[in-house]
Design a protein around this ligand. Structure first.
Ligand SMILES: *Cc1c(COP(=O)(O)O)cnc(C)c1O
Length: 529
């Protein structure tokens, strides 16, 4: 049988025989339409638009004309539209249903945020416009910064990092710059708990540090004895998430901060889980020196699929002078009697202040659309509303924990913060793995929870409902999860191993996809060579 370069049958009828792309001739299942790659749907021989060859005009390309066709998949406008709409209908989205991914804080994105972000005064500004024409945009950034500083109890914030991981990079670069400025160039070891998000050790290494892992204790928190044993005068700092990735509050956080400061290091807090404590706990009071805030988690701006996010990073007194450019400068006592703002792009524009930016994180000022959305969210909740966000997020997670711990196995005893962590002990002897269980959830219409993370828990299943789910929605989810757990225990192993059956594609060879990814479409003629 002929296969195309993506390993799919080249003739539709072969779909039925192989089940390769579906079990119908077309590959579609009812209104769930099969959709191949745009290159398979179109063809390099067709084109959507025909331009007449230009007459009598001389080329200005100076001999740089293409010598070979570039292989665009020609499609008409309606064909192109259908391709992308069909693809979009394969997406699972927070607007379709519960998105229980732990550590990701997938909450509802209020439409008010979208409305405000689309106002032309915000949506149509350009970062290269003269400062006098974007004073309003600067003010949004300034007010957002004010809210972030109030909520975190910190003195400074760098707004430009474009994601959580980028914010980690910002904070760790500030720590490095501070150490270098103090002549502490021998401090290069960063302590990272073994439950940490993968971005933490990656960031530390990227910034030129080495990573030293701290084990978790039996309760899922930092093992204090192990931490103390690792302190020394080569320690640059610690990267700690609180609440941690097991969904637990690190109770010893004050002592951890004191120990790190006591040995001359800095405390980076991964703020991805800020949703659990926003309005309740100020990281500045815990001794934090730097922390990123994922606006796309805690402050409800959209995320998934790689962006766009925003990771403003708050900095302590010790690190603030090293914040990256550009810096928003505000002249409050000018002759006009109103604040005039401008972005200082170079050190020479810092008006003689004792500032030493370590560099810059982005070409411009950060994700303006996310700033607008996040500020809208904050102001529409108010400080009391943001407190309730944390309360309700923690309540919802504990509701799920209480509802499921009878049939699934809770990883660590006690209450959780904003996410409930289970392990795979309840699947022991069933032949069903965490992966199979997650696939079965897809058949039930749910995006799976986070699996196999944190690594310290065997077969981990990390569920974060967020505060935006109703009790009714949580009850339905609990009922589905409970029935799946009971089905696994009742020996319905085959059903789990075959799942998902109600999905556009079924089981994929994920190992091969990771090890030998096919990221490029090659025309059949080339592939045959
Ligand atoms: C999401 C997350 C990050 C990284 O944030 P991005 O915005 O995805 O780069 C870091 N740490 C933890 C604990 C997270 O959940």
């Amino acid at each position: 049988m002929a296969m195309n370069t993506q390993g799919r049958p080249t003739r539709m009828a072969e779909n039925v025989a192989t089940g390769g792309y579906g079990d119908t001739v077309s590959g579609s299942r009812g209104l769930e339409q099969a959709e191949p790659l745009i290159f398979e749907r179109g063809g390099v021989e067709n084109t959507g638009v025909d331009f007449p060859a230009p007459k009598g005009s001389k080329t200005r390309l100076g001999g740089l004309e293409r010598t070979a066709p570039i292989g665009l998949p020609g499609l008409s406008e309606p064909e192109t539209m259908r391709h992308y709409v069909r693809l979009s209908r394969k997406n699972y989205a927070i607007d379709l249903g519960l998105y229980p991914l732990g550590s990701c804080t997938m909450k509802h994105n209020p439409r008010l945020n979208e409305k405000v972000a689309r106002m032309p005064g915000f949506a149509d500004v350009h970062p290269l416009q003269p400062a006098s024409t974007v004073q309003g945009a600067y003010e949004v950034m300034d007010v957002l910064a004010h809210w972030l500083l109030k909520l975190t109890g910190m003195p400074a914030v760098a707004l430009s990092p474009k994601a959580g991981a980028h914010g980690e990079f910002c904070g760790m670069m500030a720590i490095r710059a501070r150490l270098d400025a103090d002549g502490e160039t021998g401090r290069r070891r960063v302590l990272v708990p073994e439950s940490a998000h993968g971005t933490n050790p990656a960031t530390a290494v990227q910034c030129g540090f080495t990573v030293d892992e701290i084990p978790a204790d039996a309760g899922g928190r930092v093992d204090m004895a192990a931490l103390k044993a690792k302190l020394g005068d080569d320690v640059a700092g610690i990267m700690l998430t609180n609440p941690n990735t097991c969904g637990l509050f690190e109770r010893d956080i004050r002592e951890i901060a004191d120990l790190i400061h006591g040995c001359g290091g800095y405390f980076y807090c991964d703020g991805a889980n800020f949703n659990a404590i926003v309005g309740r706990v100020r990281p500045g009071d815990l001794g934090v020196d730097a922390m990123h805030i994922n606006l796309h988690k805690t402050f409800s701006t959209p995320h998934g699929g790689g962006g766009p996010g925003a990771g403003p990073t708050v900095l302590s007194e010790a690190l603030a002078p090293f914040a990256p450019l550009p810096l928003l400068m505000i002249d409050r006592d000018n002759p006009k009697g109103m604040a005039i703002m401008h972005m200082a792009e170079h050190e020479s524009e810092l008006d003689g202040k004792d500032l030493h930016p370590f560099g810059r994180m982005a070409a411009f000022h950060g994700q303006m659309g996310m700033f607008t959305r996040a500020l809208t969210y904050m102001m529409s909740h108010g400080s009391d509303g943001l407190k309730q966000v944390a309360d309700d997020a923690v309540l919802n997670a504990n509701y799920i924990l209480a509802g499921l711990k009878g049939v699934m196995t809770q990883a660590f005893e006690g209450h959780c913060m904003h996410e409930a962590l289970f392990d795979d002990r309840f699947l022991k002897g069933t032949g069903v793995t965490t992966l199979d269980f997650a696939k079965a959830m897809i058949d039930e219409g749910y995006h799976p929870m986070t699996m196999y993370f944190p690594l310290v828990v065997h077969g981990a299943m990390l569920i974060e409902p967020t505060e935006t789910e109703s009790k009714g929605g949580l009850d339905r989810f609990i009922e589905v999860m409970e029935s799946l757990a009971l089905a696994a225990k009742a020996g319905e192993t085959a059903r789990f191993q075959a799942a998902p059956v109600h999905a556009p594609l079924k089981r994929l060879d994920e190992t091969r996809a990771a090890r030998q990814p096919v990221l490029r479409w090659t025309p059949a003629a080339d592939a045959a060579e």
